[in-house]
Design a protein around this ligand. Structure first.
Ligand SMILES: Nc1ncnc2c1ncn2[C@@H]1O[C@H](COP(=O)(O)OP(=O)(O)OP(=O)(O)O)[C@@H](O)[C@H]1O
Ligand SMILES: O=C([O-])CC(=O)C(=O)O
Ligand SMILES: [Ca+2]
Ligand SMILES: [Mn+2]
Length: 655
């Protein structure tokens, strides 16, 4: 009720007489616009959406008879997807149709005659052969948002417009559940045995899991299919198809792989590699070789990967990275678990490092062009990003320290496992109650100074990042080529162990080539290629500790990101190359005495420790861990040069 400000209700005023315009037919018009061009509500709704029709002709087939009709192209595309989903025991693919089964008028009604192999034996008849599988093909982010929010529990829009999702029971990768098919070829080509990430399965077991995944996917009303590319180097581009059951997975890969143009999609053809992501469905633990309900199975001969029992989306990204670690070296191209950026003058830097050491954080630099944050190829011609997006850790993310990543978390970005305010949908980046491994996956162009296409000239600096929670490695050291190789093969970092039981001792991790979980060949193969390329292009190696200073975890503190950035700036600018250096004991590292913007006393770690005795003991402890770890590599020759091998062995700690 209206009030006059005194709390006393105002007397009702008499109704004002409505005067209508006395022109025309004398009817009262409530607006001056024209009536809608629809007779029914359904017709009105159909006006809301219009179809973008790709009409570009296929290159080289512009002749009068060669151009495919739109219908024919769609038919071929569906046929290809049906073939992807074919159950191999039945030899036929499912009936597939485009569009959401929930939509009354499916966009396309064409479906595929699917008996392109043998006739199905009667015993194999199952309900799924009677139904259609609806294919949601390369949907846009907006459509995927709608799918996720309608059908996937735990999907919400955050206040900045990102799609918050939950990955389920697994919130990180499961390297112990990775399996690789051993056959006549891979037996000799791949790295097997102690230290290797490749745990074998036989072809038969792969097929058991493949059947399980495909049957699961075919039992669903709909599947998502993404046809995309890997590698921005046009000569070495790989076509990938991802079949998945969740909009979350489809949007994640939309962001992380290279997105084809409409024209490229029309001409996509047969994929070079296919992922079947049936992550919601477990593997059968009675299956030979299975040790849990999770299995990530790679078959290089079939060019296929099957995911069962984990919905963590990073499995797809890193699974494909493994494939690149096999395919690229065959072409003399080095695949790298590294970030990459380029200065205004074209100077390129690579950032190697294990998870959480700073690849994404430090390659995303407001003053430099971003080439990529995690996976690259180094060929004879260039460095190229493998991916079309970035996958940033979000824990404790702040707008002030990492503005570019902060601003990239907007509409289209997948935000995994974060906690947000129920009402405002503001994300609390400090919150670890789902996991500490909260992540944002966004297209690379969400970083304002990303260089598109993501290709750069040969690197000038190769920066090895280690987050040393022991606090004994210097914030920065200049490395000889042999030292670079020693640390590249070692792949050291030390994170802090689980926080639950109160034990907060740092644990050292050694992961060859800063990515042992992803490499397929013996580490020395990649190391030899890196040495060769660095030598040829005169790149300088650096070791940067983004971890602790002034003591180990618990006593000291993590080096301020602002200082690390100053150190990195001095590497990029070339000023650090000309600094004065002194050598450290034990590790024999060359450390600069001064860097602009960084307190000089922190450059030499022992200065920052109150307890010098503890420093020395911790240093020797770490050196011992390095030595132990390197023992597995001492019998290998690196490259053609036995001189380099000897130098690398001598480049480790001496005590
Ligand atoms: N001095 C520092 N240098 C770099 N990162 C730091 C520093 N201090 C704190 N950090 C934090 O450490 C984390 C580094 O994670 P980042 O995402 O860059 O790792 P990554 O190497 O890309 O790992 P992954 O391969 O798992 O993606 C970020 O959360 C960053 O804010
Ligand atoms: O792969 C992931 O889940 C995240 C990542 O980048 C890494 O661990 O190197
Ligand atoms: Ca990263
Ligand atoms: Mn990574």
């Amino acid at each position: 009720m209206a009030a006059n400000g005194t709390g006393v209700p105002m007397p009702k005023s008499p109704l004002v007489r409505i005067l209508t315009d006395k022109k025309g037919d004398g009817i009262c018009h409530d607006d001056s616009g024209k009536a809608v061009k629809a007779q029914t509500i359904d017709e009105l709704h159909s006006l809301q959406k219009k179809r973008s029709a790709p009409t570009t002709p296929i290159e080289g087939t512009q002749g009068a008879f060669a151009t495919l009709s739109e219908d024919e192209r769609q038919r071929q595309q569906l046929q290809s997807i049906s073939a992807s989903l074919a159950s191999l025991t039945r030899g036929t693919g499912p009936k597939v149709v485009r569009g959401d089964p929930a939509a009354k008028s499916a966009q396309a009604v064409s479906h595929v005659a699917h008996h392109h192999h043998v006739e199905a034996p009667p015993i194999s008849v199952s309900d799924s052969s009677l139904k259609f599988t609806h294919v949601l093909y390369n949907l846009s982010p907006a459509e995927l948002y709608e799918q996720a929010i309608k059908y996937e529990k735990g999907s919400f829009i955050t206040s900045s417009g990102a799609l918050a999702t939950l990955s389920g029971a697994k919130t990180g990768r499961s390297p112990r559940d990775k399996r690789v098919v051993i056959d006549e070829t891979t037996q000799d080509e791949l790295w097997w045995g102690k230290g290797s990430p490749n745990i074998e399965i036989d072809e038969h077991t792969f097929m058991v899991n493949r059947e399980r995944a495909v049957d699961y996917l075919n039992s669903l009303d709909k599947v998502f299919v993404n046809d995309q590319f890997l590698n921005w180097d046009p000569q070495n581009r790989i076509k990938v198809r991802i079949v998945s059951a969740r909009a979350y997975h489809s949007l994640f890969m939309h962001n992380m792989c290279i997105r084809p143009t409409l024209e490229e999609l029309e001409n996509f053809g047969t994929p070079d590699f296919t992922i079947y992501n049936a992550g919601q469905f477990p593997c059968n633990r009675y299956t030979h070789y299975m040790t849990s309900s999770t299995s990530i199975d790679l078959n290089l001969a079939r060019r296929e990967m099957v995911i069962l029992g984990t919905q963590y989306a990073g499995e797809m990204k890193k699974g494909l990275f493994g494939v690149m670690h096999y395919l690229m070296p065959k072409r003399q191209i080095l695949s790298l678990h590294s970030g990459c950026n380029m200065g205004k003058d074209g100077d390129v830097a690579l950032f190697f490092g294990l998870s959480g050491t700073g690849k994404t954080t430090l390659s995303t630099d407001h003053n430099r062009y971003l080439i990529g944050d995690d996976e690259h190829c180094w060929s004879d011609n260039c460095v190229s990003n493998i991916e079309g997006g970035c996958y940033a850790k979000c824990i404790d993310l702040s707008r002030e320290k990492e503005p570019d990543i902060w601003n990239a978390i907007k509409f289209g970005t997948v935000l995994e496992n974060v906690v947000f305010d129920e009402f405002t949908r503001e994300v609390d980046y400090g919150e670890k109650s789902v996991t500490e491994n909260t992540r944002a996956a966004y297209p690379i162009e969400y970083i304002p100074n990303a260089k598109i296409p993501c290709v750069a000239p040969h690197p000038k600096n190769v920066i090895l990042l280690a987050c040393d929670a022991f606090g004994v490695l210097p914030p920065v050291s200049k490395l000889s080529l042999a030292q670079t190789m020693y640390h590249f093969i070692s792949g050291y970092t030390a994170l802090v162990a689980g926080t639950e039981d109160g034990i907060k001792e740092p644990t050292a991790t050694f992961s060859a080539c800063f990515g042992a979980a992803f490499i397929m060949l013996h580490p020395t193969k990649y190391a030899a290629m890196l040495a060769d390329k660095m030598q040829k292009h005169g790149a300088t190696g650096w070791l940067v500790n983004t971890g602790w200073s002034g003591g180990s975890y618990g006593t000291g503190n993590r080096i301020k990101l602002a200082y690390t950035r100053k150190i990195i700036d001095a590497i990029h600018s070339g000023s650090l190359l000309n600094a004065t250096y002194e050598k450290t004991e034990v590790f024999g590292l060359e450390i600069p005495t001064e860097i602009e913007g960084v307190p000089s006393e922190i450059l030499r770690p022992e200065n920052t420790w109150d307890n010098k005795h503890a420093y020395k003991n911790t240093l020797l402890k770490l050196a011992g861990l390095f030595k132990n770890n390197f023992e597995t590599f001492t019998n290998y020759k690196i490259g053609k040069d036995s001189k380099l091998t000897e130098e690398i062995l001598a480049a480790g700690p001496n005590f």
